[in-house]
Design a protein around this ligand. Sequence first.
Ligand SMILES: Nc1ncnc2c1ncn2[C@@H]1O[C@H](COP(=O)(O)OP(=O)(O)OP(=O)(O)O)[C@@H](O)[C@H]1O
Ligand SMILES: [Mg+2]
Length: 254
Amino acid sequence: MTDSDARSTSDDLVAFHSADKVYGNGFRALAPIDLAVRRGEITVLVGPSGCGKTTILRMAAGLTDPTSGTMDRDTDRMSYVFQDPTLLAWRTVQANVEVIAKLQKVPRHERRERAEQAIKMVGLDGFQKSYPRELSGGMKMRASLARSVTSDPELLLMDEPFAALDEFTREKMGAELLRLWREKRFSVLFITHSIYEACTLGHQIAIMNTGPGHVVEVIKSPSPPSLDPDVERDETALRALQEQISITLGSFRE
Ligand SMILES: Nc1ncnc2c1ncn2[C@@H]1O[C@H](COP(=O)(O)OP(=O)(O)OP(=O)(O)O)[C@@H](O)[C@H]1O
Ligand SMILES: [Mg+2]
């Protein structure tokens, strides 16, 4: 990608400009990167362990600053979704799903309504009064996803959210995320180690490598998710993309 490609436009919700990261112990986690999360799109980060994916997400969230360069984010309405669903054990599904909106002081009536809608959308209707211990791993992740959209974010920051799930549940969660995305039209920065997931979800996919962490290539999907659920994906093109990413990542190990 050239500099001019990465220059932010009003279509960019998050933009990194020559942003690098040297941690307090002197470790250089990221060389300067240019990357943009476009409004209404899903940007996926893939790359070997330690290449700085979580560091980028944490910078996007404002949890840590670039050492030099800049991160511009055009919204404060964001939700962070971790690999672990981190539900409160002593609260029901309904209360868990409402908790972030509650912290944000969304009026009770409105957050109840939003939570109800989100719980239905992720297929947990009927489990509002259940406790986390009564749910399967996939159901907990659904509750976590419902919680993250109940605060009505413009930006979802997702760090390997489905990594702990079996493949079948994981595919369903990906489809669930796309359904929520069509409904709510948020933007997403999504980290995964699954090339299949990256190609299914991404409008663009940034391939990263270590030594120090950097973005090798940003690929635009040949058949991105559409807001219209009836638009068929070009499976052949997506399989070719998977193959291409797999070869690129494989070459890093040589
Ligand atoms: N607080 C910190 N202090 C020092 N080094 C850190 C800190 N956080 C992360 N690192 C180092 O920075 C590098 C990038 O870490 P990061 O967590 O961003 O990688 P990642 O791509 O998310 O890896 P993974 O796929 O394993 O989650 C790693 O080498 C890590 O050890
Ligand atoms: Mg990580």
